[in-house]
Structure formats: structure tokens, C-alpha cells
Design a protein around this ligand. Structure first.
Ligand SMILES: C[S@@+](CC[C@H](N)C(=O)[O-])C[C@H]1O[C@@H](n2cnc3c(N)ncnc32)[C@H](O)[C@@H]1O
Length: 321
């Protein structure tokens, strides 16, 4: 885009291009955050780059460096890789997989998992470490998808990573999964009720980590409430269930490090409706691990919901480990 603009301007085109590039780099550097964590600037723009030939000895580090500067997560020490800074792979810090493992009789060993939006595959890695198998993970963002493949190559994951939209996948899915892992994705949906309903068709157990709309909390934070446009709220309906869906703009945060959904907005559900709709779908038992109304990005919760009497039992013979 910058190049097209400069073409039209002519004259001191190269100087202008340099100035605009610096301004763009500064803007990208300023932009941050997903799930309350700050991200490093993303320096890889695949569409603009020439192939780079690596002349170093091939190692895990050279694999990770395909996305050098673009990683958020720090790899476990055993892989001898310098990448991001956030301890997403460390189960003592990023505890979501461990909570679910501990909540299930027999843990996740041998359970099949469909993971929605793996980002940098740290939950995938933790799930597989604890014996979950098979795992299918679907990622729509091309840069994140490549990172998942790099993680797979570095760590030897057996999970299958698919590139595309998980809603489209769910619409045609004939398979059942012991667990659907829906972490950090519900609040990026423009049809959140539909996502939950589609998930309910293929599993009896769902893990959710999501933000939700809480009027009292959000209206008391000017930064958060500025992102919501009440005039654009809609009433969502699914199988007779009605819920107010709160319009949340993501335009301001869309940039190279953005890891939300494909649209510039989404609809946030209220907590009561997330739990109420799950109940209406038959997920009558829920274990809420965390309900944090103080998260700077908006109230959020982690929960495991399942249909009565249908807790998944581990299948040791399915485990690859
Ligand atoms: C906020 S991140 C959550 C990452 C990780 N699951 C976690 O909880 O830490 C959302 C991820 O879902 C991906 N994503 C969002 N909408 C998607 C869709 N419709 N299909 C596939 N991936 C999607 C994004 O690209 C991103 O990697």
C-alpha cells in the first residue's frame, strides 16, 4: 500500500517511502495485547518478503527463526530455542490444561481433542504432553498457522494442524471429540451462539476461556467501554434461546500482531447467557476455574462444561506416549 501511494506521489518517492516505513514501524511497535498479555512487534510480512536462505547449521533455533521477532511464547528450555518471552508452554504459569487434566477422571490421557485457534500451539503441546490424542487444531491466521507448524517440527507434536475457519469445519464435521478446546475464541465471534451450538453437536465436554460482557464492570472502565457500541447491539436467537449480544469493535487493535477473528468486530455475550445457553444445549454441569472481573481487557472466565453423566474417560490405548 505504501509503495502504491509513493508511486502516485513521484518526485522524492524513496525518501517519502522511508519516512512512511519508519512511521508504520513505530505504529506497529505501539500496538499490543491479546488476553491481557503484551505482545512483541511482529517483524515478518510474508507478502512483502523475498525468500531468505539460511546458511547456518540447521537447528531448532533456525526453525524458530523463520518467524524471528514474531513469537510471543517462550519455548521450554529442553528445545534450546530463543523465541518469545511469555511462559505459555510452562504449566506452572499457563495452568489451563492442568486444571482440565485434574478435573477429569483419568485426566486427558487418550482423549481426542478439537482445539479452536491454537495460536502458538502451547495448549496443544501441553495437552499432548499429558497424553491427549488425537488432537486436531484449527487456525485461521496464516502467520499463527506457520508458527504452529514450526512448534510441531521443533517439539515433535503429533497433533494435526489445519489451516482455515473452525466455524466452517464445525458446520461439516461428522466426527465426535471427547473435548472441544475453545480457549480465547468465543469473544472474537460475530455469531457466538452459533459457535456454541455447533460445538455442542460434536462433543459432550467443552473447555471455554472467554471474556464476557458485564455492564457494571465495563462501564466503569473508560478504556474498555470505549470499545463497545451499544447502538449496534443485537438480540441473538438460537433454538428459542435469546441473548443480548454486545457489539465490540476490534478496528483499533487490528495490525500484524492481532490474533483475534477475521472481522473488525465481534459480539460479546453476558456471563449469564454463556452459562444459560450452555445449559440449554445440555451442558448441565460446569466447573468454573476462574472468574476474573479485573482483567484489564474485560471480565473473563475459564470453565469446563459437560453433559450430565458424560464425563470423558481416558482411553489409554489411544495415547501416543
Ligand atoms: C486470542 S487467540 C487465543 C489463543 C489460544 N487459544 C489461547 O487461548 O491462548 C485466538 C486464536 O484463534 C484464532 N482464530 C480466531 N478465529 C478463528 C476462526 N474462525 N477459525 C480459526 N482460527 C481462529 C486466531 O487467529 C488466534 O490464533
Amino acid at each position: 500500500m505504501l509503495e502504491a501511494l509513493v508511486g502516485r506521489v513521484g518526485g522524492n518517492a524513496n525518501r517519502l517511502l522511508r519516512i512512511l516505513r519508519i512511521a508504520r514501524a513505530k505504529m506497529v511497535r505501539k500496538l499490543t495485547t491479546t488476553l491481557g498479555r503484551s505482545l512483541r512487534p511482529f517483524s515478518v510480512r510474508l507478502a512483502d518478503t523475498e525468500p531468505v536462505y539460511c546458511q547456518a547449521l540447521p537447528t531448532n533455533q533456525t526453525i524458530a527463526d523463520v518467524m524471528k521477532g514474531g513469537w510471543c511464547s517462550r519455548f521450554p528450555d529442553e528445545y534450546a530455542v530463543e523465541a518469545g518471552r511469555l511462559a505459555h508452554f510452562d504449566p506452572t504459569v499457563e495452568q489451563r490444561v492442568t486444571w482440565v487434566h485434574d478435573a477429569l477422571p483419568g485426566g486427558v490421557r487418550g482423549l481426542s481433542v478439537l482445539e479452536l485457534g491454537p495460536f502458538e500451539a502451547y495448549n496443544t503441546w501441553q495437552l499432548e504432553r499429558l497424553g491427549a490424542h488425537p488432537i486436531v487444531a484449527i487456525e485461521a491466521n496464516n502467520l499463527n498457522y506457520i508458527k504452529c507448524l514450526l512448534v510441531k517440527e521443533i517439539t515433535g507434536l503429533q497433533a494435526r494442524f489445519l489451516y482455515g475457519d473452525f466455524v466452517r469445519y464445525l458446520e461439516q464435521c461428522q466426527e465426535r471429540f471427547d473435548i472441544v478446546w475453545a480457549s480465547g475464541v468465543l469473544y472474537h465471534q460475530v455469531e457466538p451462539l452459533r459457535l456454541l451450538a455447533l460445538v455442542a453437536e460434536i462433543t459432550d465436554t467443552v473447555f471455554l476461556h472467554t471474556h464476557y460482557y458485564d455492564h457494571e464492570v465495563i462501564s466503569s472502565h473508560p478504556h474498555q467501554s470505549a470499545l463497545f457500541v451499544p447502538a449496534r447491539n443485537v438480540i441473538g436467537m438460537h433454538d428459542g434461546y435469546r441473548a443480548t449480544l454486545h457489539y465490540r469493535s476490534y478496528r483499533a487493535s487490528r495490525n500484524a500482531v492481532f490474533s483475534g477473528g477475521a472481522e473488525g468486530f465481534s459480539y460479546w455475550m453476558e456471563q449469564e447467557d454463556i452459562l444459560g445457553f450452555l445449559h440449554a444445549l445440555g451442558f448441565t454441569r460446569s466447573e468454573v476455574f476462574i472468574d476474573d472481573k479485573t482483567n484489564p481487557n474485560g471480565p473473563g472466565m475459564c470453565l469446563l462444561a459437560h453433559r450430565n453423566g458424560n464425563l470423558p474417560m481416558s482411553h489409554p490405548c489411544r495415547s501416543p506416549l
